[in-house]
Design a protein around this ligand. Structure first.
Ligand code: LMR
Length: 336
Protein backbone atom coordinates (compact mmCIF):
# COMPACT_ATOMS: atom_id res chain seq x y z
CA UNK A 1 0.00 0.00 0.00
CA UNK A 2 2.76 2.45 1.02
CA UNK A 3 6.09 2.42 -0.73
CA UNK A 4 9.31 2.59 1.28
CA UNK A 5 9.94 6.01 -0.28
CA UNK A 6 6.64 7.33 1.02
CA UNK A 7 7.33 5.91 4.45
CA UNK A 8 10.76 7.56 4.45
CA UNK A 9 9.26 10.87 3.37
CA UNK A 10 6.55 10.70 6.03
CA UNK A 11 9.18 9.90 8.67
CA UNK A 12 11.36 12.80 7.56
CA UNK A 13 8.42 15.23 7.70
CA UNK A 14 7.36 13.87 11.11
CA UNK A 15 10.91 14.26 12.40
CA UNK A 16 11.05 17.92 11.32
CA UNK A 17 7.69 18.77 12.78
CA UNK A 18 7.98 16.88 16.03
CA UNK A 19 11.53 16.01 17.08
CA UNK A 20 10.29 14.70 20.41
CA UNK A 21 7.05 12.77 20.39
CA UNK A 22 6.02 13.78 23.90
CA UNK A 23 6.11 17.49 23.07
CA UNK A 24 2.72 16.84 21.46
CA UNK A 25 -0.40 16.64 23.53
CA UNK A 26 -1.68 13.98 23.83
CA UNK A 27 1.20 11.67 22.95
CA UNK A 28 -0.04 9.53 20.08
CA UNK A 29 1.01 5.91 19.72
CA UNK A 30 0.11 4.38 16.38
CA UNK A 31 -0.25 0.62 16.86
CA UNK A 32 -0.40 -1.16 13.53
CA UNK A 33 -1.16 -4.84 13.01
CA UNK A 34 -2.23 -7.19 10.24
CA UNK A 35 -5.03 -9.32 11.72
CA UNK A 36 -8.73 -8.66 12.32
CA UNK A 37 -9.87 -6.76 15.42
CA UNK A 38 -11.75 -9.85 16.59
CA UNK A 39 -8.67 -12.00 17.23
CA UNK A 40 -6.41 -12.52 20.26
CA UNK A 41 -3.98 -9.84 19.04
CA UNK A 42 -6.70 -7.46 17.88
CA UNK A 43 -8.54 -7.63 21.20
CA UNK A 44 -5.38 -7.26 23.28
CA UNK A 45 -4.36 -4.21 21.23
CA UNK A 46 -7.76 -2.58 21.86
CA UNK A 47 -7.52 -3.40 25.55
CA UNK A 48 -4.03 -1.89 25.73
CA UNK A 49 -5.27 1.27 24.00
CA UNK A 50 -8.08 1.64 26.52
CA UNK A 51 -5.92 1.04 29.58
CA UNK A 52 -3.09 3.24 28.29
CA UNK A 53 -5.56 6.12 28.03
CA UNK A 54 -6.95 5.44 31.50
CA UNK A 55 -3.67 4.91 33.32
CA UNK A 56 -2.00 7.96 31.77
CA UNK A 57 -5.17 10.01 32.39
CA UNK A 58 -5.42 10.91 28.73
CA UNK A 59 -1.78 11.88 28.27
CA UNK A 60 -1.39 9.03 25.80
CA UNK A 61 -3.73 8.17 22.96
CA UNK A 62 -3.16 4.78 21.36
CA UNK A 63 -4.60 4.51 17.85
CA UNK A 64 -4.97 0.92 16.69
CA UNK A 65 -4.92 0.13 12.97
CA UNK A 66 -5.93 -3.52 12.38
CA UNK A 67 -6.09 -5.69 9.25
CA UNK A 68 -3.02 -4.28 7.44
CA UNK A 69 -4.96 -1.00 7.07
CA UNK A 70 -1.80 1.02 7.55
CA UNK A 71 1.04 -1.35 6.64
CA UNK A 72 1.50 -4.92 5.46
CA UNK A 73 3.96 -7.37 7.08
CA UNK A 74 7.27 -6.20 5.67
CA UNK A 75 6.36 -2.54 5.51
CA UNK A 76 5.31 -2.39 9.14
CA UNK A 77 8.78 -3.41 10.33
CA UNK A 78 10.37 -0.69 8.20
CA UNK A 79 7.79 1.85 9.38
CA UNK A 80 8.56 1.01 13.02
CA UNK A 81 12.29 1.46 12.57
CA UNK A 82 11.71 4.76 10.81
CA UNK A 83 9.30 5.97 13.49
CA UNK A 84 6.29 6.30 11.15
CA UNK A 85 4.45 4.00 13.55
CA UNK A 86 5.35 3.51 17.21
CA UNK A 87 4.06 0.05 18.13
CA UNK A 88 3.54 -3.33 16.45
CA UNK A 89 2.99 -6.93 17.45
CA UNK A 90 4.42 -9.00 14.59
CA UNK A 91 4.40 -12.75 14.68
CA UNK A 92 7.64 -14.22 16.07
CA UNK A 93 8.14 -15.76 12.62
CA UNK A 94 8.72 -12.33 11.09
CA UNK A 95 11.80 -11.10 12.94
CA UNK A 96 14.56 -12.92 11.01
CA UNK A 97 14.53 -10.46 8.09
CA UNK A 98 15.59 -7.84 10.68
CA UNK A 99 18.64 -9.97 11.37
CA UNK A 100 17.43 -11.70 14.54
CA UNK A 101 17.14 -15.27 13.30
CA UNK A 102 16.90 -16.78 16.77
CA UNK A 103 13.21 -15.88 16.94
CA UNK A 104 12.57 -18.65 14.45
CA UNK A 105 13.14 -21.14 17.26
CA UNK A 106 9.43 -20.65 18.05
CA UNK A 107 8.60 -21.98 14.57
CA UNK A 108 10.24 -25.36 15.09
CA UNK A 109 7.53 -27.96 14.56
CA UNK A 110 6.29 -29.74 17.67
CA UNK A 111 8.79 -28.02 19.97
CA UNK A 112 5.94 -26.99 22.30
CA UNK A 113 3.10 -29.31 23.25
CA UNK A 114 0.95 -26.72 25.01
CA UNK A 115 0.75 -23.15 26.29
CA UNK A 116 2.32 -23.79 29.74
CA UNK A 117 5.47 -25.20 28.08
CA UNK A 118 5.64 -22.21 25.82
CA UNK A 119 5.16 -19.75 28.68
CA UNK A 120 8.17 -21.23 30.49
CA UNK A 121 10.20 -19.93 27.56
CA UNK A 122 8.48 -16.63 26.75
CA UNK A 123 8.29 -15.65 30.40
CA UNK A 124 11.75 -16.91 31.29
CA UNK A 125 15.37 -15.92 30.68
CA UNK A 126 15.42 -17.03 27.03
CA UNK A 127 12.36 -14.94 26.19
CA UNK A 128 13.98 -11.91 27.75
CA UNK A 129 17.33 -12.43 26.03
CA UNK A 130 15.64 -12.71 22.63
CA UNK A 131 13.84 -9.40 23.11
CA UNK A 132 17.15 -7.79 24.11
CA UNK A 133 18.58 -8.73 20.70
CA UNK A 134 16.17 -6.23 19.11
CA UNK A 135 17.68 -3.20 20.86
CA UNK A 136 20.58 -2.71 18.40
CA UNK A 137 17.95 -2.64 15.64
CA UNK A 138 16.30 0.38 17.25
CA UNK A 139 13.45 -1.71 18.62
CA UNK A 140 12.41 -2.37 22.23
CA UNK A 141 10.51 -5.57 22.98
CA UNK A 142 7.82 -5.15 25.63
CA UNK A 143 5.95 -8.45 25.83
CA UNK A 144 4.99 -11.75 24.28
CA UNK A 145 1.34 -12.23 23.32
CA UNK A 146 -0.14 -15.60 22.46
CA UNK A 147 -2.15 -16.59 19.51
CA UNK A 148 -2.06 -20.36 19.37
CA UNK A 149 -1.22 -23.65 17.76
CA UNK A 150 -1.56 -23.98 14.02
CA UNK A 151 -3.67 -26.22 11.80
CA UNK A 152 -2.96 -27.02 8.18
CA UNK A 153 -5.61 -26.20 5.58
CA UNK A 154 -6.00 -27.00 1.88
CA UNK A 155 -8.51 -28.51 -0.53
CA UNK A 156 -7.24 -32.03 0.02
CA UNK A 157 -7.55 -34.31 3.09
CA UNK A 158 -4.23 -34.28 5.00
CA UNK A 159 -4.04 -37.23 7.39
CA UNK A 160 -0.61 -38.71 6.75
CA UNK A 161 2.68 -37.03 5.82
CA UNK A 162 2.36 -38.40 2.24
CA UNK A 163 -0.92 -36.53 1.77
CA UNK A 164 0.91 -33.19 1.78
CA UNK A 165 3.24 -34.03 -1.08
CA UNK A 166 3.15 -31.55 -3.95
CA UNK A 167 0.87 -29.01 -2.27
CA UNK A 168 1.85 -25.36 -2.58
CA UNK A 169 1.43 -23.58 0.73
CA UNK A 170 1.72 -20.00 1.91
CA UNK A 171 4.10 -19.42 4.79
CA UNK A 172 5.29 -16.46 6.83
CA UNK A 173 8.83 -15.20 6.16
CA UNK A 174 10.67 -17.84 8.20
CA UNK A 175 13.34 -20.26 7.00
CA UNK A 176 12.21 -22.74 9.65
CA UNK A 177 8.71 -22.76 8.22
CA UNK A 178 10.22 -23.17 4.78
CA UNK A 179 12.14 -26.25 6.00
CA UNK A 180 9.07 -27.58 7.79
CA UNK A 181 7.01 -27.48 4.57
CA UNK A 182 9.79 -29.02 2.50
CA UNK A 183 10.05 -31.88 5.01
CA UNK A 184 6.47 -32.76 4.00
CA UNK A 185 7.15 -32.38 0.29
CA UNK A 186 5.20 -29.11 0.24
CA UNK A 187 6.32 -26.20 -1.94
CA UNK A 188 6.38 -23.19 0.40
CA UNK A 189 5.65 -19.66 -0.72
CA UNK A 190 6.31 -16.60 1.46
CA UNK A 191 3.47 -14.12 1.25
CA UNK A 192 2.10 -11.20 3.28
CA UNK A 193 -0.82 -12.11 5.53
CA UNK A 194 -3.09 -9.60 3.78
CA UNK A 195 -2.72 -11.49 0.51
CA UNK A 196 -3.45 -15.00 1.72
CA UNK A 197 -7.23 -15.13 1.22
CA UNK A 198 -7.00 -14.06 -2.40
CA UNK A 199 -4.09 -16.38 -3.09
CA UNK A 200 -6.11 -19.30 -1.75
CA UNK A 201 -9.21 -18.24 -3.64
CA UNK A 202 -7.45 -17.91 -6.97
CA UNK A 203 -5.32 -21.02 -6.53
CA UNK A 204 -1.98 -19.19 -6.42
CA UNK A 205 -1.40 -21.45 -3.41
CA UNK A 206 -3.30 -24.60 -2.40
CA UNK A 207 -3.17 -24.20 1.34
CA UNK A 208 -1.61 -22.67 4.40
CA UNK A 209 -1.20 -22.97 8.18
CA UNK A 210 -2.60 -20.72 10.90
CA UNK A 211 -4.31 -20.76 14.27
CA UNK A 212 -8.10 -20.97 13.87
CA UNK A 213 -8.73 -17.36 14.91
CA UNK A 214 -6.72 -16.10 11.93
CA UNK A 215 -8.22 -18.64 9.57
CA UNK A 216 -11.81 -17.82 10.54
CA UNK A 217 -11.55 -14.03 10.68
CA UNK A 218 -9.93 -13.93 7.22
CA UNK A 219 -12.65 -16.28 5.91
CA UNK A 220 -10.01 -18.74 4.69
CA UNK A 221 -12.39 -21.61 5.48
CA UNK A 222 -14.61 -20.38 2.62
CA UNK A 223 -11.85 -21.30 0.18
CA UNK A 224 -10.35 -24.31 2.00
CA UNK A 225 -12.25 -27.59 2.04
CA UNK A 226 -10.05 -29.36 4.59
CA UNK A 227 -8.52 -28.44 7.93
CA UNK A 228 -6.24 -30.77 9.86
CA UNK A 229 -6.03 -29.90 13.54
CA UNK A 230 -2.37 -30.83 13.74
CA UNK A 231 -1.20 -28.37 16.44
CA UNK A 232 2.19 -28.79 14.78
CA UNK A 233 3.57 -25.37 15.61
CA UNK A 234 3.01 -22.22 17.60
CA UNK A 235 2.17 -18.73 16.38
CA UNK A 236 2.56 -15.83 18.80
CA UNK A 237 3.75 -12.25 18.91
CA UNK A 238 6.35 -9.91 20.30
CA UNK A 239 4.92 -6.50 21.12
CA UNK A 240 7.57 -4.01 20.04
CA UNK A 241 8.05 -0.24 20.09
CA UNK A 242 10.40 2.19 18.39
CA UNK A 243 13.24 2.43 20.91
CA UNK A 244 13.95 6.12 20.40
CA UNK A 245 10.30 6.99 20.92
CA UNK A 246 10.03 4.77 24.00
CA UNK A 247 13.23 6.03 25.63
CA UNK A 248 12.12 9.60 24.95
CA UNK A 249 8.88 9.28 26.92
CA UNK A 250 8.68 10.85 30.38
CA UNK A 251 9.54 8.13 32.93
CA UNK A 252 6.15 8.29 34.69
CA UNK A 253 4.27 7.87 31.40
CA UNK A 254 6.51 4.95 30.40
CA UNK A 255 5.77 3.31 33.76
CA UNK A 256 2.02 3.71 33.23
CA UNK A 257 2.31 2.23 29.74
CA UNK A 258 4.31 -0.67 31.15
CA UNK A 259 1.45 -1.31 33.58
CA UNK A 260 -1.12 -1.14 30.77
CA UNK A 261 1.02 -3.57 28.75
CA UNK A 262 1.24 -6.02 31.67
CA UNK A 263 -2.57 -6.02 31.92
CA UNK A 264 -3.00 -6.39 28.15
CA UNK A 265 -0.54 -9.29 28.12
CA UNK A 266 -2.60 -11.10 30.71
CA UNK A 267 -5.77 -10.49 28.70
CA UNK A 268 -4.09 -11.76 25.52
CA UNK A 269 -2.63 -14.86 27.09
CA UNK A 270 -5.72 -15.73 29.14
CA UNK A 271 -8.12 -15.47 26.21
CA UNK A 272 -6.19 -16.76 23.19
CA UNK A 273 -7.07 -20.39 23.61
CA UNK A 274 -10.80 -19.76 24.04
CA UNK A 275 -10.86 -17.44 21.01
CA UNK A 276 -9.21 -20.09 18.87
CA UNK A 277 -11.62 -22.78 20.10
CA UNK A 278 -14.56 -20.47 19.35
CA UNK A 279 -13.23 -19.79 15.86
CA UNK A 280 -12.97 -23.51 15.14
CA UNK A 281 -16.54 -24.03 16.37
CA UNK A 282 -17.70 -21.27 14.02
CA UNK A 283 -15.90 -22.87 11.07
CA UNK A 284 -17.52 -26.18 11.97
CA UNK A 285 -20.94 -24.54 12.12
CA UNK A 286 -20.64 -23.36 8.51
CA UNK A 287 -20.56 -27.03 7.49
CA UNK A 288 -18.39 -26.10 4.51
CA UNK A 289 -15.01 -27.29 5.66
CA UNK A 290 -14.11 -30.74 6.84
CA UNK A 291 -12.23 -30.58 10.13
CA UNK A 292 -10.02 -33.57 10.80
CA UNK A 293 -8.27 -34.39 14.05
CA UNK A 294 -5.39 -36.85 13.47
CA UNK A 295 -5.32 -40.09 15.41
CA UNK A 296 -2.47 -40.66 17.88
CA UNK A 297 -0.65 -42.76 15.26
CA UNK A 298 -1.10 -40.11 12.57
CA UNK A 299 0.11 -37.38 14.92
CA UNK A 300 3.20 -39.43 15.69
CA UNK A 301 3.88 -39.95 11.98
CA UNK A 302 3.64 -36.18 11.39
CA UNK A 303 5.92 -35.55 14.35
CA UNK A 304 8.49 -38.03 13.05
CA UNK A 305 8.41 -36.36 9.66
CA UNK A 306 8.80 -32.86 11.07
CA UNK A 307 11.06 -33.03 14.12
CA UNK A 308 14.23 -33.65 12.03
CA UNK A 309 13.81 -29.99 11.02
CA UNK A 310 15.15 -29.06 14.49
CA UNK A 311 18.58 -30.55 13.72
CA UNK A 312 18.53 -29.16 10.21
CA UNK A 313 17.98 -25.63 11.55
CA UNK A 314 20.63 -25.79 14.30
CA UNK A 315 23.17 -23.79 12.36
CA UNK A 316 20.62 -21.04 11.69
CA UNK A 317 19.10 -20.70 15.15
CA UNK A 318 21.91 -21.97 17.37
CA UNK A 319 22.06 -25.42 18.96
CA UNK A 320 22.27 -23.82 22.39
CA UNK A 321 18.97 -21.97 21.99
CA UNK A 322 17.24 -25.16 20.87
CA UNK A 323 18.78 -27.16 23.74
CA UNK A 324 17.67 -24.51 26.21
CA UNK A 325 14.07 -25.00 25.10
CA UNK A 326 14.35 -28.80 25.21
CA UNK A 327 15.52 -28.45 28.80
CA UNK A 328 12.66 -26.15 29.78
CA UNK A 329 10.03 -28.34 28.15
CA UNK A 330 11.55 -31.78 28.81
CA UNK A 331 11.63 -32.57 25.10
CA UNK A 332 13.90 -35.26 23.78
CA UNK A 333 13.69 -35.91 20.03
CA UNK A 334 15.49 -39.23 20.49
CA UNK A 335 12.49 -40.51 22.45
CA UNK A 336 9.96 -40.10 19.65
C1 LMR B 1 0.50 -14.66 9.49
O1 LMR B 1 1.12 -13.94 8.71
O2 LMR B 1 -0.04 -15.73 9.14
C2 LMR B 1 0.36 -14.22 10.91
O3 LMR B 1 1.61 -13.80 11.36
C3 LMR B 1 -0.63 -13.12 11.07
C4 LMR B 1 -0.68 -12.65 12.50
O4 LMR B 1 -0.23 -11.55 12.77
O5 LMR B 1 -1.22 -13.41 13.30
Amino acid sequence: MFSTRRILLAAAVAATLAPVAYAQSPIVIKFSHVVAADTPKGKAAEFFAKRAGELTKGKVKVEVFPNSQLYKDKEEMEALQLGSVQMLAPSLSKFAPLGVKEFEVFDLPYIFDNYPELHKVTQGALGKSLLAKLEPKGITGLAYWDNGFKSFSSNRPMHKPEDFKGLKMRIQSSKVLDAQMRALGVVPQVMAFSEVYQALQTGVVDGTENPHSNLYTQKMHEVQKHITVSDHGYLGYAVVVNKKFWDGLPADVRGQLDAAMAEATKVANDSARALNDEALAKVKATGKTEIYTPTAAERLALKKALVPVHKQMESRIGAETIQQIYKETDFDPAKL
